[in-house]
Design a protein around this ligand. Structure first.
Ligand code: ADP
Length: 319
């Protein structure tokens, strides 16, 4: 292995930079040249590819976003698009590619692997929804951003004795909502994996008021539905003064937490180790605090599931 490429793709996540840095430095340490592919698969098709040096990834470990930029690229979903990408990689004599991104990006890496071009997937997404890993890069940072918001909202909720609905990211996975709800002491957590009955939510709110609670915090993952609509319904049914906060893209930004930086460094380096050992078509992850790798095709055939025990605990603690 003489030359590898690295790209970031799909939704950006804090810690992607730390992963890029780890890939670049680990590779250079082992005398492998590294090329950065800019703007994900879009840049790959267009040949937006530049050599990265040790210094190219200096001063980025603490920055959110991605220095390689990210993009969504419909053309790459086609066979022609994928072959164009491989042509560019061959032109630069790049022998393998590290793809840092979410499940969509993994699909692209899987396709390249199926065409005979070795790729390693590194899980970079705030959603924590990639099979084969307990944590994805960016999840911890997003979670801490949400907690910070919940704590602040709680102050005003207490002062004004209001009910607050906080909509967080998570179209298909409720991890951010569940972890943030548990850590933020929310009364109700609504996740796509376990749609709660509205009646139960209302009953829970009323029970709380009856035992003297002055305010309530409800966390809704965006995949469940609109927080605004949900807030309206609650106010109509309970007559409690209700406010809604949609946290939106602030959840994607910010300086990565120490956890995400360490995770990104470990996973990025592991990806390079796999390539050095001659493995392609794998994805890396961490399970029970041990670095693991799986066949990328097999991993993608699995679905990420929510921790049911944790979900039940959140209900028990918010009676
Ligand atoms: P994420 O990686 O965060 O899940 P997306 O789902 O938007 O983000 O995927 C990022 C990019 O990966 C897409 O814009 C596309 O270029 C590529 N991609 C997604 N699905 C496929 C697929 N089935 N085949 C090939 N490439 C894909």
């Amino acid at each position: 292995m003489k030359r590898i490429g690295v790209l970031t793709s799909g939704g950006d996540a804090p810690g992607m930079n730390a992963a890029v840095r780890a890939v670049v430095r680990k590779a250079i340490y082992h005398n492998i040249e590294v090329f950065g592919v800019y703007r994900g698969y879009a840049g790959l098709i267009e040949g937006d590819i530049k050599k990265l040096e040790i210094g190219s990834v200096g001063d980025i470990i603490h920055r959110g976003g991605t220095m390689l930029y990210s993009a969504r690229c419909e053309e790459f979903k086609t066979r022609e698009g994928q072959l164009k990408g491989i042509e560019q990689l061959n032109k630069h004599e790049i022998e393998a590619l590290v793809v840092i991104g979410g499940d969509g990006s993994y699909q692209g890496a899987k396709k390249l692997t199926e065409h005979g071009f070795p790729c390693i997937g590194v899980p970079g997404t705030i959603d924590n929804d990639i099979p084969g890993t307990d944590f994805t890069i960016g999840f911890d940072t997003a979670l801490n951003t949400v907690i910070d918001a919940i704590d602040k909202i709680r102050d005003t909720a207490t002062s004004h004795e209001r009910t607050y609905v906080i909509e967080v990211m998570g179209r298909h996975a409720g991890d951010i909502a569940l972890w943030a709800g548990l850590a933020g002491g929310a009364e109700t957590i609504l996740i796509p994996e376990a749609k709660d009955d509205m009646k139960e939510v209302l009953a829970r709110l009323k029970r709380g008021t009856e035992r003297g609670k002055k305010h309530s915090i409800i966390i809704v993952a965006e995949g469940v539905g609109s927080g605004v609509e949900f807030g309206k319904k609650i106010e109509e049914e309970t007559k409690f003064e209700t406010r809604v906060s949609v946290l939106g893209h602030i959840q994607r930004g910010g300086s990565p937490t120490a956890f995400d930086r360490v995770l990104a460094s470990r996973l990025g380096a592991r990806a390079v180790e796999l390539l050095i050992d001659g493995h392609g078509g794998r994805c890396v992850g961490i399970q029970q605090n041990i670095l693991v790798d799986h066949d990328i095709i097999e991993a993608l055939s699995q679905t990420h599931t929510i921790d049911k025990k944790m979900y039940n605990l959140s209900k028990e603690l918010s009676i």
